[in-house]
Design a protein around this ligand. Sequence first.
Ligand code: ADP
Ligand code: MG
Length: 330
Amino acid sequence: MSELGEFELISRFFGLGRRSGKTNDSQSDDVLIDIGDDAAVLKIPQEQRLVVSSDTLVDGIHFPKNSPSALIAQRALRVNLSDMAAMGATPRWFTLALTLPEVNESWLSDFSEALHADAELFGCRLVGGDTTRGPLNIGIQIMGTVDNELEAITRAGAEPDDLLVVTGTLGDAAGALDYLDSEGLDQSAADLLRRYWIPEPRVEFAKATQQFIRAGCDISDGLLADVGHICKASQVGVEVDAAKLPISPSLSQCCGSSAVAKALSGGDDYELCLAVSPDSYEDISALAREQGILITTVGRFTSATEISCINADEALSSAGGRDSNGYQHF
Ligand code: ADP
Ligand code: MG
């Protein structure tokens, strides 16, 4: 890193003067040693446990080459925040391992502005990282906390007859893939692209409903794949009702008959997929209404250890029938 100098680059774009606000639920003094030393020293609040996760985005693999750096920053942080949401954790701190092909000041400026704005929005603080030269790669490690007595939401714990509940709408990010390189988009395609680049990690919803959730994960690989993780960890099966999938008008408009397949199998939505006892549904539903979050029951866990899907044909025809590409059952 010669042009600007590694240390100047770090301090200008990521350093102490650039830090975002206080971390969640805590005093700003939970960072005892900040950016600038060999490592950060963090104070974990009493009666809480540390929850740690990381996710890396690679240029040309997890997003198209030459994408706007502000969007890359938002997506990189938000996919990490989604892992905190999936655990019912409060995000507090993160580190950034940034590999850059060159020092491009306007790229870095847009990247760091967007990163700090989202960090502030979600109440978590950049406390360190690493900056090297190489193919563009954004690695974030996020750290959060859960209360001792509440414990984290995990993939294990779903029971037969629990409801399979999802937040938001599904398939939008997968629908956006067709438009990533397009220009002059209509409103529906722009909506899908927004869902791809700026997912809404359901942090507050997960925290509010944590006590009612038996098991859960976020939907990063697609509903069927991710609910499969819950089934495996919980040793249950699930019956997904394709006719109940929450599909946005934008997805229907842009993708027609393939909307259902995208909602079942498309990744990158970063919504939550939860096992909820029928007795708790009203409580969760009330909290969702309070937060203005759509939740939908899209199936039921079973004692069989298989994942099945009902009403796929019905859902397909209501979404516009088989398309000429020949829809394949998953
Ligand atoms: P070291 O050589 O000891 O690994 P560095 O020179 O890589 O330390 O980093 C100096 C300081 O700057 C450290 O506190 C590190 O956490 C921080 N840092 C480096 N890169 C970044 C980055 N991209 N974002 C945030 N902090 C960073
Ligand atoms: Mg060192």
